[in-house]
Write a protein that binds this ligand. Structure first.
Ligand code: ZN
Length: 344
């Protein structure tokens, strides 16, 4: 079978298309999926580049998001049939640790993610636990389901489970185009919040406005965007900031918060090490809330909202598997608004 994989860490050129891989066999509790769509995430670039301590089994297939049809059932799988259309919750959890038992699969002590800790989804066939599946209604395309899975469960968990977002609150999102940000924008609007987006390009800000943003602020606005937020909110500040940039933005994000405000973060595209002015934290009663991915219950909840049309997968472009490097390059250059999808 065909798959996009790496044999060592490095730039986009390290990603190769293999055509002679064995088709995997589903183990107990697993199904084999014929992947029809997979979506790119920033995670794929981190994994490709590598970091100190990462240990992969090579060749390593990239990709966390997938949707497709069930191709074969492993032993003892009874709730599913071959041919069913499904999407995949990308988190693998042990089901036994204290966090799993409490329903926090994304805090599992043996937490693994498709495409990061184990082989991923950029392949014609993958095997996944049957309990990770959700059935797709006929009107939802494989591309939409794959594009939504990781970013929507991530945004839902950080805003709803961690930040306890409430109707009437004001949410500031740092960055207009990323997959998690376009998901966060929609989830905040669906909750009944006012949403402000800070972005780097006029084009992306216009698209964020079309997606429901109530106000947009150019990143390089005179006097700084944090000050612009302050003025826009009548010197009150916002209740929640979605900051997945990190080092270059976190202190402005803290300054933009109202008293009792919270920052949610699920990543750091701008660098991980930050220096924070602690006076802001205690003086304004602020919280910094981190999370990664979401629980399976979050996944089911957010995907059902997608199926009902209350949330929308934002797809920038679709590519054949052979063009994965081009898709990745556009993501790395910050050119995407929403997701790049691979169609297989
Ligand atoms: Zn566990």
């Amino acid at each position: 079978m065909k798959a996009a994989l790496i044999r060592e860490h490095g730039p986009a050129e390290k990603v190769e298309i293999a055509t002679d891989l064995p088709v995997p066999e589903p183990g107990p509790g697993e199904v084999r999926l014929r992947v029809r769509a997979a979506a790119l995430n920033y995670l794929d670039i981190w994994v490709r580049n590598g970091w100190p301590g990462i240990k992969l089994e090579y060749p390593h297939i990239l990709g966390a998001d997938a949707a497709g049809t069930i191709d074969a059932l492993g032993p003892d799988v009874t709730d599913w049939d071959a041919g069913m259309r499904v999407a995949v919750d990308p988190i693998l959890s042990c089901g036994e640790c204290e966090f799993c038992r409490a329903g926090w699969e994304n805090r599992c002590v043996r937490f693994r993610l498709l495409g990061e800790h184990v082989s991923g989804t950029f392949a014609e066939y993958i095997t996944v636990p049957a309990r990770n599946l959700i059935g797709l209604p006929d009107h939802v395309s494989f591309a939409e389901a794959a594009a939504a899975s990781l970013v929507f469960v991530t945004a839902w968990h950080s805003l709803i489970a961690r930040a306890n977002l409430r109707p009437g609150e004001t949410v500031l999102i740092i960055g207009a185009g990323g997959g998690v940000n376009t998901a966060s924008l929609q989830i905040a609007k669906l909750t009944g919040c006012t949403v402000i987006v800070v972005g780097s390009s006029e084009d992306k800000l216009a698209k964020a406005q079309a997606l429901g943003a109530d106000a947009i602020i150019p990143r390089d606005v005179e006097g700084g965007w944090s000050r612009a937020v302050y003025q826009l909110t009548a010197k009150r500040g916002v209740d929640v900031v979605v900051d997945n940039v990190g080092a270059p933005t976190i202190n402005d994000s803290l300054r933009a918060l109202a008293r009792g405000g919270r920052v949610v973060t699920v990543g750091n595209t701008g660098g991980p090490k930050v220096e924070i002015d602690n006076r802001l934290i205690f003086g304004k009663h602020l919280s910094i809330l981190g999370s990664t991915m979401g629980t399976h219950r979050d996944y089911v909840r957010v995907m059902r909202l997608l199926f009902k049309g209350r949330l929308r997968a934002v797809i920038d472009a679709a590519y054949p598997l052979d063009e994965v490097r081009a898709a990745m390059a556009r993501m790395e250059a910050g050119e995407l608004f929403g997701k790049a999808v691979l169609e297989l």
